[in-house]
Design a protein around this ligand. Structure first.
Ligand code: FEO
Ligand code: CA
Ligand code: CA
Length: 630
Protein backbone atom coordinates (compact mmCIF):
# COMPACT_ATOMS: atom_id res chain seq x y z
CA UNK A 1 0.00 0.00 0.00
CA UNK A 2 1.38 3.43 -0.84
CA UNK A 3 1.47 6.15 1.75
CA UNK A 4 -1.37 7.98 0.04
CA UNK A 5 -3.52 4.83 -0.17
CA UNK A 6 -2.93 4.13 3.51
CA UNK A 7 -3.95 7.65 4.35
CA UNK A 8 -7.11 7.46 2.28
CA UNK A 9 -8.07 4.21 3.99
CA UNK A 10 -7.60 5.77 7.39
CA UNK A 11 -9.63 8.80 6.48
CA UNK A 12 -12.47 6.72 5.12
CA UNK A 13 -12.47 4.50 8.18
CA UNK A 14 -12.53 7.47 10.51
CA UNK A 15 -15.11 9.53 8.67
CA UNK A 16 -17.80 11.00 10.88
CA UNK A 17 -21.01 12.81 10.26
CA UNK A 18 -20.03 15.79 12.41
CA UNK A 19 -20.96 19.14 10.97
CA UNK A 20 -18.52 21.97 11.28
CA UNK A 21 -20.50 24.86 12.62
CA UNK A 22 -17.70 27.11 13.70
CA UNK A 23 -14.04 26.99 12.85
CA UNK A 24 -11.70 29.84 13.49
CA UNK A 25 -8.59 30.64 11.54
CA UNK A 26 -5.66 32.41 13.19
CA UNK A 27 -7.07 35.80 12.47
CA UNK A 28 -10.60 35.21 11.36
CA UNK A 29 -13.16 36.43 13.84
CA UNK A 30 -15.68 33.59 13.66
CA UNK A 31 -18.24 31.98 11.44
CA UNK A 32 -16.72 32.58 8.06
CA UNK A 33 -19.48 31.82 5.58
CA UNK A 34 -18.69 31.17 1.94
CA UNK A 35 -21.33 29.44 -0.14
CA UNK A 36 -19.19 27.52 -2.61
CA UNK A 37 -16.18 26.09 -0.82
CA UNK A 38 -15.42 23.82 -3.73
CA UNK A 39 -14.48 26.66 -6.04
CA UNK A 40 -12.53 29.48 -4.41
CA UNK A 41 -11.70 32.31 -6.78
CA UNK A 42 -8.48 31.96 -8.78
CA UNK A 43 -5.43 33.80 -7.52
CA UNK A 44 -4.98 36.21 -10.38
CA UNK A 45 -2.69 38.97 -9.08
CA UNK A 46 0.52 39.72 -10.96
CA UNK A 47 3.44 38.31 -8.99
CA UNK A 48 6.23 40.54 -7.75
CA UNK A 49 9.84 39.52 -8.35
CA UNK A 50 12.05 38.15 -5.59
CA UNK A 51 14.47 40.94 -4.63
CA UNK A 52 16.26 42.46 -1.63
CA UNK A 53 16.16 46.20 -0.97
CA UNK A 54 15.20 48.74 1.69
CA UNK A 55 11.48 49.03 0.96
CA UNK A 56 8.37 46.88 0.90
CA UNK A 57 6.72 45.73 -2.33
CA UNK A 58 3.20 44.58 -3.15
CA UNK A 59 1.57 43.24 -6.31
CA UNK A 60 0.49 45.83 -8.89
CA UNK A 61 -2.96 47.24 -8.27
CA UNK A 62 -2.67 47.06 -4.48
CA UNK A 63 -1.96 49.71 -1.86
CA UNK A 64 0.23 48.84 1.12
CA UNK A 65 0.10 51.63 3.72
CA UNK A 66 1.82 51.78 7.09
CA UNK A 67 -0.84 51.79 9.81
CA UNK A 68 1.02 51.47 13.14
CA UNK A 69 4.72 51.72 14.00
CA UNK A 70 6.86 51.11 17.04
CA UNK A 71 6.57 54.15 19.31
CA UNK A 72 3.25 55.50 18.00
CA UNK A 73 1.36 56.89 21.02
CA UNK A 74 -1.75 54.78 21.54
CA UNK A 75 -2.88 55.43 25.12
CA UNK A 76 -4.03 58.72 26.71
CA UNK A 77 -0.97 60.74 27.73
CA UNK A 78 1.18 58.94 25.17
CA UNK A 79 4.16 60.90 23.95
CA UNK A 80 5.14 61.30 20.31
CA UNK A 81 7.98 58.93 19.45
CA UNK A 82 11.46 60.35 19.99
CA UNK A 83 14.00 57.54 19.86
CA UNK A 84 16.81 59.69 21.23
CA UNK A 85 14.77 60.60 24.33
CA UNK A 86 12.87 57.34 24.78
CA UNK A 87 11.85 56.31 28.31
CA UNK A 88 10.11 53.26 29.78
CA UNK A 89 7.18 55.45 30.89
CA UNK A 90 6.74 56.73 27.33
CA UNK A 91 7.08 53.23 25.83
CA UNK A 92 4.38 51.84 28.10
CA UNK A 93 1.88 54.20 26.37
CA UNK A 94 3.20 53.58 22.86
CA UNK A 95 2.93 50.78 20.32
CA UNK A 96 5.49 48.08 21.18
CA UNK A 97 8.42 46.64 19.24
CA UNK A 98 8.61 43.72 16.78
CA UNK A 99 4.96 43.26 15.90
CA UNK A 100 4.14 39.60 15.18
CA UNK A 101 0.69 37.93 15.36
CA UNK A 102 -2.31 40.02 14.30
CA UNK A 103 -5.99 39.38 14.95
CA UNK A 104 -8.89 41.54 13.83
CA UNK A 105 -12.14 41.82 15.82
CA UNK A 106 -15.09 43.78 14.43
CA UNK A 107 -16.67 46.68 16.30
CA UNK A 108 -19.19 46.72 17.74
CA UNK A 109 -18.65 43.29 19.29
CA UNK A 110 -20.72 40.52 17.80
CA UNK A 111 -21.25 42.09 14.37
CA UNK A 112 -20.94 39.72 11.45
CA UNK A 113 -19.08 39.74 8.21
CA UNK A 114 -20.43 41.57 5.19
CA UNK A 115 -21.37 44.97 6.57
CA UNK A 116 -19.88 47.93 8.38
CA UNK A 117 -17.67 45.93 10.73
CA UNK A 118 -15.14 45.53 7.95
CA UNK A 119 -14.45 49.25 8.24
CA UNK A 120 -14.07 49.36 12.02
CA UNK A 121 -12.51 46.99 14.52
CA UNK A 122 -9.85 46.13 17.05
CA UNK A 123 -6.44 45.07 15.87
CA UNK A 124 -4.67 42.80 18.37
CA UNK A 125 -0.90 42.76 17.94
CA UNK A 126 1.82 40.67 19.60
CA UNK A 127 5.18 42.32 20.34
CA UNK A 128 7.55 39.38 20.34
CA UNK A 129 10.96 40.70 21.35
CA UNK A 130 13.37 43.64 21.23
CA UNK A 131 16.53 44.30 19.17
CA UNK A 132 18.52 46.58 21.52
CA UNK A 133 21.20 47.40 18.95
CA UNK A 134 18.54 48.78 16.58
CA UNK A 135 16.62 50.59 19.37
CA UNK A 136 19.51 52.33 21.14
CA UNK A 137 22.72 53.99 19.88
CA UNK A 138 26.18 52.63 20.58
CA UNK A 139 25.73 48.88 20.17
CA UNK A 140 26.82 46.86 17.15
CA UNK A 141 25.18 43.47 17.85
CA UNK A 142 23.52 41.25 20.48
CA UNK A 143 26.71 40.64 22.41
CA UNK A 144 27.53 44.31 22.51
CA UNK A 145 24.12 45.38 23.78
CA UNK A 146 24.10 42.58 26.36
CA UNK A 147 27.37 43.87 27.75
CA UNK A 148 26.43 47.55 27.82
CA UNK A 149 22.70 47.80 28.38
CA UNK A 150 21.50 49.94 31.31
CA UNK A 151 18.48 49.86 33.60
CA UNK A 152 16.39 52.40 31.68
CA UNK A 153 17.00 50.56 28.40
CA UNK A 154 16.02 47.24 29.97
CA UNK A 155 12.82 48.82 31.29
CA UNK A 156 12.08 50.22 27.82
CA UNK A 157 12.53 46.69 26.43
CA UNK A 158 10.15 45.26 29.01
CA UNK A 159 7.54 47.91 28.15
CA UNK A 160 8.02 47.24 24.41
CA UNK A 161 7.19 43.52 24.83
CA UNK A 162 3.77 41.93 25.13
CA UNK A 163 0.74 43.00 23.17
CA UNK A 164 -1.32 45.95 21.91
CA UNK A 165 -5.05 46.24 21.32
CA UNK A 166 -5.75 49.17 19.01
CA UNK A 167 -9.02 50.51 17.58
CA UNK A 168 -8.67 50.86 13.80
CA UNK A 169 -10.98 52.35 11.20
CA UNK A 170 -11.14 52.57 7.41
CA UNK A 171 -12.37 55.87 6.03
CA UNK A 172 -12.19 57.03 2.42
CA UNK A 173 -10.29 53.87 1.54
CA UNK A 174 -7.50 54.34 4.12
CA UNK A 175 -6.96 52.67 7.48
CA UNK A 176 -5.92 54.67 10.53
CA UNK A 177 -5.87 54.01 14.27
CA UNK A 178 -7.79 55.82 16.99
CA UNK A 179 -5.13 57.35 19.22
CA UNK A 180 -6.86 57.45 22.60
CA UNK A 181 -9.65 54.93 22.10
CA UNK A 182 -11.16 53.50 25.28
CA UNK A 183 -10.40 50.06 23.81
CA UNK A 184 -6.68 50.70 23.33
CA UNK A 185 -4.53 48.65 25.64
CA UNK A 186 -0.90 47.76 26.20
CA UNK A 187 -0.04 44.45 27.85
CA UNK A 188 3.59 44.47 29.03
CA UNK A 189 5.91 42.71 31.47
CA UNK A 190 4.10 44.59 34.27
CA UNK A 191 0.57 43.40 33.47
CA UNK A 192 -0.90 41.12 36.19
CA UNK A 193 -2.27 37.81 34.96
CA UNK A 194 -3.56 34.54 36.33
CA UNK A 195 -2.51 30.90 35.93
CA UNK A 196 -5.31 28.40 35.40
CA UNK A 197 -5.65 24.68 34.71
CA UNK A 198 -3.95 21.63 36.25
CA UNK A 199 -0.58 23.30 36.95
CA UNK A 200 -2.00 26.48 38.56
CA UNK A 201 -0.79 26.70 42.17
CA UNK A 202 1.74 23.92 41.57
CA UNK A 203 4.72 23.97 43.90
CA UNK A 204 7.01 24.52 40.90
CA UNK A 205 5.14 27.70 39.95
CA UNK A 206 5.52 29.33 43.39
CA UNK A 207 7.87 32.27 43.84
CA UNK A 208 8.78 34.71 46.60
CA UNK A 209 6.41 37.29 45.10
CA UNK A 210 3.64 34.74 44.53
CA UNK A 211 3.68 32.01 47.20
CA UNK A 212 0.39 30.64 45.81
CA UNK A 213 1.73 29.98 42.32
CA UNK A 214 -1.33 31.46 40.59
CA UNK A 215 -0.43 35.10 39.90
CA UNK A 216 2.22 36.26 37.44
CA UNK A 217 3.40 39.58 36.10
CA UNK A 218 3.64 39.85 32.33
CA UNK A 219 3.92 37.79 29.19
CA UNK A 220 6.93 37.58 26.87
CA UNK A 221 8.10 36.09 23.60
CA UNK A 222 4.59 36.57 22.18
CA UNK A 223 5.03 35.16 18.70
CA UNK A 224 2.00 33.88 16.80
CA UNK A 225 -1.39 33.17 18.36
CA UNK A 226 -4.98 32.33 17.65
CA UNK A 227 -8.53 33.42 18.25
CA UNK A 228 -11.60 31.76 19.75
CA UNK A 229 -15.15 31.96 18.41
CA UNK A 230 -16.21 33.56 21.71
CA UNK A 231 -14.18 36.66 20.90
CA UNK A 232 -10.92 36.22 22.80
CA UNK A 233 -7.30 36.19 21.68
CA UNK A 234 -4.70 33.51 22.39
CA UNK A 235 -1.12 34.74 22.46
CA UNK A 236 1.75 32.27 22.51
CA UNK A 237 4.81 32.59 24.74
CA UNK A 238 7.72 31.41 22.61
CA UNK A 239 11.37 32.33 23.27
CA UNK A 240 11.09 33.16 26.98
CA UNK A 241 14.50 31.63 27.64
CA UNK A 242 16.26 34.61 26.03
CA UNK A 243 14.94 36.88 28.78
CA UNK A 244 16.33 34.87 31.70
CA UNK A 245 19.83 34.62 33.10
CA UNK A 246 21.66 31.85 34.93
CA UNK A 247 22.81 28.34 34.10
CA UNK A 248 20.81 25.21 35.01
CA UNK A 249 23.75 23.77 36.94
CA UNK A 250 23.46 26.64 39.43
CA UNK A 251 20.30 24.90 40.67
CA UNK A 252 21.91 21.49 41.21
CA UNK A 253 21.76 21.74 45.01
CA UNK A 254 18.89 24.12 45.71
CA UNK A 255 16.38 22.93 43.08
CA UNK A 256 17.77 19.76 41.51
CA UNK A 257 14.60 18.93 39.61
CA UNK A 258 14.77 22.20 37.66
CA UNK A 259 18.19 21.35 36.22
CA UNK A 260 16.72 18.95 33.64
CA UNK A 261 13.86 21.36 32.93
CA UNK A 262 16.01 24.39 32.16
CA UNK A 263 18.66 22.37 30.35
CA UNK A 264 15.90 21.09 28.03
CA UNK A 265 15.25 24.75 27.08
CA UNK A 266 18.99 25.36 26.70
CA UNK A 267 19.10 28.02 29.39
CA UNK A 268 22.52 29.53 29.93
CA UNK A 269 23.41 29.85 26.26
CA UNK A 270 21.36 32.86 25.23
CA UNK A 271 21.38 35.62 27.82
CA UNK A 272 20.47 38.18 25.22
CA UNK A 273 18.50 40.63 27.30
CA UNK A 274 20.18 40.86 30.68
CA UNK A 275 16.97 41.72 32.45
CA UNK A 276 18.19 39.75 35.45
CA UNK A 277 20.91 42.32 36.16
CA UNK A 278 18.21 44.79 37.19
CA UNK A 279 15.25 42.53 38.08
CA UNK A 280 16.10 39.53 40.25
CA UNK A 281 13.15 37.40 39.19
CA UNK A 282 14.78 36.87 35.79
CA UNK A 283 17.80 35.00 37.19
CA UNK A 284 17.00 31.33 37.76
CA UNK A 285 19.45 31.11 40.67
CA UNK A 286 17.59 33.94 42.46
CA UNK A 287 14.05 32.83 41.65
CA UNK A 288 14.17 29.20 40.61
CA UNK A 289 10.53 28.92 39.52
CA UNK A 290 9.90 32.23 37.74
CA UNK A 291 10.81 30.78 34.34
CA UNK A 292 8.24 28.01 34.87
CA UNK A 293 5.58 30.71 34.69
CA UNK A 294 6.37 31.45 31.03
CA UNK A 295 6.07 29.26 27.93
CA UNK A 296 2.28 29.00 28.16
CA UNK A 297 -0.67 29.94 25.96
CA UNK A 298 -2.33 33.14 27.22
CA UNK A 299 -5.98 34.09 26.59
CA UNK A 300 -7.65 37.48 27.09
CA UNK A 301 -10.71 39.47 26.01
CA UNK A 302 -9.74 42.38 23.73
CA UNK A 303 -13.17 43.99 24.00
CA UNK A 304 -12.66 44.60 27.75
CA UNK A 305 -9.52 46.65 28.47
CA UNK A 306 -9.73 45.62 32.14
CA UNK A 307 -9.91 41.89 31.42
CA UNK A 308 -7.26 39.82 33.11
CA UNK A 309 -5.15 37.61 30.84
CA UNK A 310 -5.09 33.92 31.77
CA UNK A 311 -2.25 31.44 31.21
CA UNK A 312 -3.83 28.08 30.34
CA UNK A 313 -1.52 25.41 31.73
CA UNK A 314 -3.46 22.47 30.27
CA UNK A 315 -2.01 23.35 26.84
CA UNK A 316 1.49 22.61 28.12
CA UNK A 317 4.67 24.64 28.55
CA UNK A 318 7.06 24.89 25.63
CA UNK A 319 8.07 27.49 23.06
CA UNK A 320 4.53 27.93 21.82
CA UNK A 321 4.48 29.46 18.37
CA UNK A 322 0.78 29.77 17.57
CA UNK A 323 -2.58 28.16 18.21
CA UNK A 324 -5.34 26.91 15.93
CA UNK A 325 -8.67 26.51 17.70
CA UNK A 326 -11.34 24.23 16.25
CA UNK A 327 -14.72 24.70 17.92
CA UNK A 328 -17.68 22.64 16.71
CA UNK A 329 -21.08 22.74 18.38
CA UNK A 330 -21.54 19.91 20.87
CA UNK A 331 -18.03 18.54 20.36
CA UNK A 332 -14.79 18.82 22.36
CA UNK A 333 -12.78 21.99 21.83
CA UNK A 334 -9.51 21.29 20.02
CA UNK A 335 -6.40 23.49 19.96
CA UNK A 336 -3.34 22.66 17.84
CA UNK A 337 -0.01 24.23 18.84
CA UNK A 338 3.57 23.91 17.65
CA UNK A 339 6.73 24.14 19.75
CA UNK A 340 9.27 26.17 17.80
CA UNK A 341 12.61 24.57 18.52
CA UNK A 342 14.95 22.33 16.59
CA UNK A 343 13.56 18.78 16.75
CA UNK A 344 10.57 19.82 18.86
CA UNK A 345 7.00 18.58 18.64
CA UNK A 346 3.50 19.41 17.48
CA UNK A 347 0.80 19.26 20.17
CA UNK A 348 -2.97 19.09 20.30
CA UNK A 349 -5.25 19.81 23.26
CA UNK A 350 -8.72 18.21 23.38
CA UNK A 351 -11.16 19.38 26.06
CA UNK A 352 -13.14 16.96 28.19
CA UNK A 353 -16.23 19.17 27.99
CA UNK A 354 -17.96 20.21 24.77
CA UNK A 355 -18.22 23.55 23.02
CA UNK A 356 -21.61 25.31 23.13
CA UNK A 357 -21.89 28.51 21.20
CA UNK A 358 -24.57 29.91 23.51
CA UNK A 359 -22.17 29.70 26.46
CA UNK A 360 -20.08 32.49 24.93
CA UNK A 361 -17.03 33.39 26.99
CA UNK A 362 -17.76 30.67 29.54
CA UNK A 363 -16.37 28.24 26.92
CA UNK A 364 -12.95 29.46 28.04
CA UNK A 365 -13.19 27.02 30.97
CA UNK A 366 -12.85 24.19 28.40
CA UNK A 367 -9.14 25.05 28.20
CA UNK A 368 -8.72 24.07 31.87
CA UNK A 369 -9.79 20.46 31.63
CA UNK A 370 -8.70 18.13 28.86
CA UNK A 371 -5.92 16.02 27.40
CA UNK A 372 -2.74 17.26 25.77
CA UNK A 373 -1.28 15.07 23.00
CA UNK A 374 1.99 15.11 21.05
CA UNK A 375 2.13 14.01 17.41
CA UNK A 376 3.85 10.92 16.08
CA UNK A 377 4.14 10.88 12.27
CA UNK A 378 4.51 7.48 10.65
CA UNK A 379 6.34 7.14 7.34
CA UNK A 380 3.24 5.66 5.67
CA UNK A 381 1.27 8.91 5.83
CA UNK A 382 -0.59 8.07 9.02
CA UNK A 383 0.00 9.46 12.46
CA UNK A 384 -1.10 9.18 16.07
CA UNK A 385 -1.69 11.61 18.89
CA UNK A 386 0.09 10.41 22.06
CA UNK A 387 -1.60 11.46 25.33
CA UNK A 388 0.48 13.25 27.98
CA UNK A 389 -1.28 11.89 31.06
CA UNK A 390 0.40 11.49 34.44
CA UNK A 391 0.69 7.85 35.49
CA UNK A 392 0.27 6.46 31.98
CA UNK A 393 3.18 4.80 30.18
CA UNK A 394 6.51 6.37 31.13
CA UNK A 395 5.00 9.49 32.78
CA UNK A 396 5.57 8.24 36.32
CA UNK A 397 7.62 9.18 39.42
CA UNK A 398 10.45 6.91 38.22
CA UNK A 399 10.89 9.36 35.35
CA UNK A 400 10.51 12.50 37.45
CA UNK A 401 6.76 13.14 37.13
CA UNK A 402 4.79 13.33 40.40
CA UNK A 403 1.54 14.75 39.07
CA UNK A 404 -0.10 16.21 35.95
CA UNK A 405 1.40 19.61 36.77
CA UNK A 406 4.87 18.12 36.30
CA UNK A 407 3.82 16.62 32.97
CA UNK A 408 2.57 20.00 31.71
CA UNK A 409 5.54 22.02 33.03
CA UNK A 410 7.94 19.51 31.45
CA UNK A 411 5.80 18.59 28.45
CA UNK A 412 8.82 18.47 26.12
CA UNK A 413 10.42 15.81 28.32
CA UNK A 414 7.13 13.92 28.53
CA UNK A 415 6.80 13.97 24.73
CA UNK A 416 10.42 12.72 24.42
CA UNK A 417 9.56 9.69 26.56
CA UNK A 418 6.37 8.96 24.59
CA UNK A 419 8.21 8.85 21.26
CA UNK A 420 6.71 11.88 19.53
CA UNK A 421 8.29 12.84 16.19
CA UNK A 422 11.01 15.53 16.35
CA UNK A 423 10.15 18.09 13.68
CA UNK A 424 12.04 20.66 11.58
CA UNK A 425 11.03 23.57 13.88
CA UNK A 426 7.23 23.82 14.02
CA UNK A 427 6.29 27.47 13.52
CA UNK A 428 2.75 28.65 12.90
CA UNK A 429 -0.16 26.21 12.63
CA UNK A 430 -3.62 26.91 11.30
CA UNK A 431 -6.73 25.06 10.21
CA UNK A 432 -8.43 25.89 6.92
CA UNK A 433 -11.88 27.09 8.03
CA UNK A 434 -13.53 25.56 4.97
CA UNK A 435 -11.93 22.12 4.76
CA UNK A 436 -10.75 21.46 8.33
CA UNK A 437 -7.30 20.52 7.04
CA UNK A 438 -4.57 21.75 9.38
CA UNK A 439 -1.29 23.20 8.08
CA UNK A 440 2.02 23.41 9.93
CA UNK A 441 4.88 25.62 8.83
CA UNK A 442 8.21 23.84 9.48
CA UNK A 443 10.78 26.54 8.99
CA UNK A 444 14.12 24.68 8.88
CA UNK A 445 16.44 22.33 10.75
CA UNK A 446 20.03 22.72 9.62
CA UNK A 447 21.29 20.15 12.13
CA UNK A 448 19.00 17.30 11.06
CA UNK A 449 20.96 14.12 10.32
CA UNK A 450 18.34 11.35 10.54
CA UNK A 451 15.48 11.92 8.14
CA UNK A 452 11.96 10.50 8.05
CA UNK A 453 9.08 10.91 5.63
CA UNK A 454 7.70 14.11 7.18
CA UNK A 455 11.16 15.65 7.74
CA UNK A 456 12.75 14.26 4.58
CA UNK A 457 15.91 16.36 4.17
CA UNK A 458 19.21 16.32 6.01
CA UNK A 459 20.55 19.71 7.10
CA UNK A 460 17.23 21.20 6.01
CA UNK A 461 17.89 24.92 5.41
CA UNK A 462 14.62 25.57 3.53
CA UNK A 463 11.66 24.15 5.48
CA UNK A 464 8.36 22.56 4.43
CA UNK A 465 4.61 22.99 4.85
CA UNK A 466 2.86 19.88 6.18
CA UNK A 467 -0.85 19.16 5.94
CA UNK A 468 -2.43 17.30 8.88
CA UNK A 469 -5.66 15.50 8.02
CA UNK A 470 -8.00 14.71 10.87
CA UNK A 471 -10.19 11.73 9.90
CA UNK A 472 -13.24 12.52 7.78
CA UNK A 473 -14.09 14.38 4.62
CA UNK A 474 -13.39 18.07 4.10
CA UNK A 475 -15.68 20.09 6.35
CA UNK A 476 -16.51 17.03 8.45
CA UNK A 477 -13.20 16.13 10.08
CA UNK A 478 -13.01 14.63 13.56
CA UNK A 479 -10.38 16.79 15.23
CA UNK A 480 -10.69 14.95 18.54
CA UNK A 481 -9.62 11.61 16.99
CA UNK A 482 -6.42 9.87 18.04
CA UNK A 483 -5.35 9.16 14.45
CA UNK A 484 -4.57 11.45 11.57
CA UNK A 485 -3.24 11.40 8.05
CA UNK A 486 -0.63 13.76 6.72
CA UNK A 487 0.94 14.95 3.50
CA UNK A 488 3.69 17.33 2.49
CA UNK A 489 1.98 20.34 0.94
CA UNK A 490 5.13 22.18 -0.15
CA UNK A 491 8.84 21.45 0.18
CA UNK A 492 10.34 24.94 0.30
CA UNK A 493 13.48 25.95 -1.59
CA UNK A 494 14.43 26.46 -5.22
CA UNK A 495 12.56 23.98 -7.49
CA UNK A 496 15.34 24.42 -10.06
CA UNK A 497 18.00 22.86 -7.84
CA UNK A 498 19.15 19.31 -8.49
CA UNK A 499 19.95 18.24 -4.93
CA UNK A 500 18.31 17.96 -1.50
CA UNK A 501 17.87 21.74 -1.77
CA UNK A 502 15.24 21.24 -4.46
CA UNK A 503 11.81 22.61 -3.58
CA UNK A 504 8.52 21.05 -4.67
CA UNK A 505 5.40 23.09 -5.49
CA UNK A 506 2.24 22.75 -7.52
CA UNK A 507 2.64 22.57 -11.29
CA UNK A 508 2.93 25.99 -12.88
CA UNK A 509 4.75 27.75 -10.03
CA UNK A 510 6.81 30.55 -11.58
CA UNK A 511 10.40 31.50 -10.89
CA UNK A 512 9.07 34.17 -8.50
CA UNK A 513 6.70 31.75 -6.79
CA UNK A 514 9.11 29.69 -4.74
CA UNK A 515 10.21 30.65 -1.24
CA UNK A 516 12.35 29.59 1.72
CA UNK A 517 11.65 29.22 5.45
CA UNK A 518 7.87 29.28 5.91
CA UNK A 519 6.91 30.75 9.31
CA UNK A 520 3.49 32.43 9.54
CA UNK A 521 0.23 31.46 7.91
CA UNK A 522 -3.30 32.70 7.34
CA UNK A 523 -6.36 31.63 5.39
CA UNK A 524 -8.46 34.14 3.51
CA UNK A 525 -12.28 33.85 3.60
CA UNK A 526 -12.13 31.60 0.52
CA UNK A 527 -9.83 29.03 2.14
CA UNK A 528 -6.75 30.04 0.15
CA UNK A 529 -3.50 29.76 2.08
CA UNK A 530 -1.14 32.74 2.58
CA UNK A 531 2.36 31.74 3.64
CA UNK A 532 4.87 34.15 5.17
CA UNK A 533 8.60 33.59 5.46
CA UNK A 534 11.44 34.29 7.91
CA UNK A 535 15.10 34.16 6.78
CA UNK A 536 14.76 34.09 2.99
CA UNK A 537 17.84 36.31 2.80
CA UNK A 538 19.86 33.10 3.15
CA UNK A 539 18.30 32.15 -0.21
CA UNK A 540 19.23 35.56 -1.64
CA UNK A 541 15.98 37.57 -1.49
CA UNK A 542 13.49 39.29 0.81
CA UNK A 543 11.03 37.66 3.16
CA UNK A 544 7.43 38.09 2.19
CA UNK A 545 4.08 36.54 1.49
CA UNK A 546 3.11 33.84 -1.00
CA UNK A 547 -0.44 32.58 -1.72
CA UNK A 548 -1.79 29.27 -3.03
CA UNK A 549 -4.91 27.20 -3.39
CA UNK A 550 -5.08 24.15 -1.11
CA UNK A 551 -7.24 22.06 -3.48
CA UNK A 552 -7.96 21.70 -7.18
CA UNK A 553 -5.63 21.83 -10.18
CA UNK A 554 -3.68 24.77 -8.73
CA UNK A 555 -3.10 23.16 -5.33
CA UNK A 556 0.27 24.34 -3.93
CA UNK A 557 0.90 26.55 -6.98
CA UNK A 558 2.56 29.31 -5.00
CA UNK A 559 2.43 32.98 -6.07
CA UNK A 560 4.50 35.86 -4.72
CA UNK A 561 2.35 38.74 -3.41
CA UNK A 562 4.39 40.88 -1.00
CA UNK A 563 8.05 41.51 -0.12
CA UNK A 564 9.55 43.00 3.06
CA UNK A 565 12.23 45.66 3.42
CA UNK A 566 15.66 44.11 4.00
CA UNK A 567 16.37 42.60 7.39
CA UNK A 568 12.65 42.12 8.11
CA UNK A 569 10.46 39.04 8.26
CA UNK A 570 6.75 38.99 7.53
CA UNK A 571 4.44 38.14 10.44
CA UNK A 572 0.79 38.06 11.34
CA UNK A 573 -1.00 37.99 7.98
CA UNK A 574 -4.65 38.66 8.83
CA UNK A 575 -7.71 39.34 6.69
CA UNK A 576 -10.81 41.33 7.53
CA UNK A 577 -13.87 39.07 7.30
CA UNK A 578 -14.77 40.40 3.84
CA UNK A 579 -11.29 39.56 2.50
CA UNK A 580 -10.83 43.14 1.28
CA UNK A 581 -8.07 44.16 3.70
CA UNK A 582 -4.98 42.18 4.55
CA UNK A 583 -2.96 43.35 7.55
CA UNK A 584 0.68 42.26 7.76
CA UNK A 585 3.30 42.85 10.48
CA UNK A 586 6.78 43.82 9.30
CA UNK A 587 9.08 42.61 12.07
CA UNK A 588 12.70 43.70 12.73
CA UNK A 589 13.42 45.80 9.60
CA UNK A 590 17.20 46.32 9.13
CA UNK A 591 18.04 43.34 11.35
CA UNK A 592 21.09 42.00 9.55
CA UNK A 593 24.83 41.76 10.05
CA UNK A 594 26.56 45.12 10.35
CA UNK A 595 23.30 47.06 10.66
CA UNK A 596 22.95 49.27 13.77
CA UNK A 597 20.83 52.06 15.24
CA UNK A 598 23.23 54.70 13.92
CA UNK A 599 23.88 52.99 10.59
CA UNK A 600 20.90 50.76 9.74
CA UNK A 601 20.65 48.91 6.42
CA UNK A 602 17.27 50.61 5.89
CA UNK A 603 15.38 53.34 7.73
CA UNK A 604 12.04 51.84 6.73
CA UNK A 605 9.32 53.05 7.00
CA UNK A 606 10.14 56.71 7.82
CA UNK A 607 13.33 57.08 5.74
CA UNK A 608 14.28 59.96 8.04
CA UNK A 609 17.88 60.17 9.25
CA UNK A 610 16.78 61.00 12.80
CA UNK A 611 14.38 58.02 13.08
CA UNK A 612 15.59 54.41 13.40
CA UNK A 613 13.93 51.60 11.44
CA UNK A 614 10.55 50.84 13.03
CA UNK A 615 8.69 47.53 13.04
CA UNK A 616 5.23 48.38 11.65
CA UNK A 617 1.84 47.01 10.70
CA UNK A 618 0.89 47.55 7.05
CA UNK A 619 -2.68 47.56 5.72
CA UNK A 620 -3.03 46.17 2.19
CA UNK A 621 -6.10 46.93 0.08
CA UNK A 622 -6.89 46.72 -3.59
CA UNK A 623 -7.02 49.98 -5.49
CA UNK A 624 -10.37 48.93 -6.97
CA UNK A 625 -11.71 47.95 -3.54
CA UNK A 626 -12.27 44.29 -4.45
CA UNK A 627 -11.26 41.13 -2.61
CA UNK A 628 -7.52 40.59 -2.03
CA UNK A 629 -5.85 38.05 -4.29
CA UNK A 630 -8.40 37.52 -7.00
FE1 FEO B 1 8.78 33.67 16.92
FE2 FEO B 1 9.13 30.85 15.94
O1 FEO B 1 9.02 32.59 15.50
CA1 CA C 1 7.14 32.86 14.03
CA1 CA D 1 9.92 34.39 13.04
Amino acid sequence: MTRREAMKGLLAAGATAATVSTLTAACATSDIVVDDASAPPRLSFAEIPRMLDGNHHVAAGYNAEVLLSWGDPVLPGGRAFDAAAQTAAAQSRQFGYNNDFLAYFPLPAGKRSGSEEDQHGLLCVNHEYTNAYLMFPGYSNWRDSAAGINREQVDIEMAAHGHSVIEVRKQNGHWSFVENSRFNRRITMDTPMRMSGPAAGHQRLRTSADPGGTRVLGTMGNCAGGVTPWGTVLIAEENFRYNFGGHPEELAESHPREVRNYARFRFGNHERRQWYRFHERFHIANEAHEANRFGWMVEFDPYDPQSEPVKHTALGRCQHEGCSVVAEEGRPLVAYTGDDGINEYIYKFVSNGTYRKDKGKRNSALFDDGILYAARFNDDGTGRWLPLIFGQGPLTPENGFNDQGDVLIDCRIAADLLGATPMDRPEDIDTNPLTGRTYVMLTKNTVRERTDAVNPRQKNAWGQVVEILAPGADGQRDHAALEFGWDIFILAGDPGKDSTARGQYGAGTSDDGWFCNPDNIAFDPFGRIWMATDSSNQCGFHDGLWAAQTAGPERALSRHFFGCPRGAELCGPCFTPDGKTLFVAIQHPADEKGSTYLNPSTRWPDFNDSVPPRPSVVAITRADGKVIGS
